[in-house]
Ligand binder design. Sequence first.
Ligand code: PEP
Ligand code: MG
Length: 325
Amino acid sequence: RKEQLQLLATVDPVTKDNVRMKLAGNISSVKDLELTFKYGAEGVGLFRTEFLYMDRLGFPSEEEQFEVYRQIAERMGEHSVVIRTLDIGGDKQLEYFTIPEEENPVLGFRAIRISLDNKEIFKTQLMAILRASAYGNVKILYPMISSLEEVRKAKEILQEAKQELTARGIAYDDNVPIGAMIEVPAAVAIADLLAQEVDFFSIGTNDLVQYVLAVDRMNEKIAHMYHPFHPAVLRMLRQTVIAAKEAGIPISVCGELASDERALPIWLYLGVSNLSMSSQSLLRVKHRILNIYASESRELGAHCYRLSTSTEVEAELVRYLGTEV
Ligand code: PEP
Ligand code: MG
């Protein structure tokens, strides 16, 4: 089965009725790149840069970061590489940058909040990413966006980073696209407004499910309540996709749900064709795409969307998946 799947690496992910999907890889290091190639990813949909900052004594320099981002951008060629800015806090900590203990770390000082509060660290990362943009198809993604102000502040700092590089005579892509992670309910509620400020959306279902359902994604005691197919989540997904489509900006999904084959009818119904996932999942999801009809899946997705409970939605999706799992 594994060898058979491997043969699909160079096959395009199209449904039986010719609907083209695009599967990209999630990575957290240069090392991960080889697997994304082996399994035929069309670009990097999420580079979790926080791992560059971990297991060391201090923040990585602009030069060190640039070297990593450049290698990835070059290796990916024309395919896009979405580089997410530092997403620490919550469950991810750095030994050399201690965050005072918090009652609710997941609702605390994390991700873009830390970057905007530590402008120099943020600017260093942005300059490194900008420099890499001269070597490939690079996009910048901001994590945990919950307001327009955050995006605007991030843009201001990006502007300063550009000016500094220009002053230093260093090349970069002045039109590097910027995107917002949609992973906080507030971002969904203002998705129409955010869509006017950014060039693309990427839905982070891991955090989105956690925040929409108020279910800690790390707490085993309530793991049975963590339902990606909860109608509340499906409504949030739909609202986000509609906002992106109305504004004419691309949208992709990079949370775990992107790698869940059961979710394909939902993506097809919503009109999401870009999915980014761990390399290990790419061929499995592609295999499934090759074996379904988009028309049929969309109908099922529409039906699921109207159901009232996650139990019913899951049952329908699992039934459709058949015995193949
Ligand atoms: C997510 O929240 O879905 C996501 C992709 O980001 P992370 O898992 O790194 O929080
Ligand atoms: Mg997240």
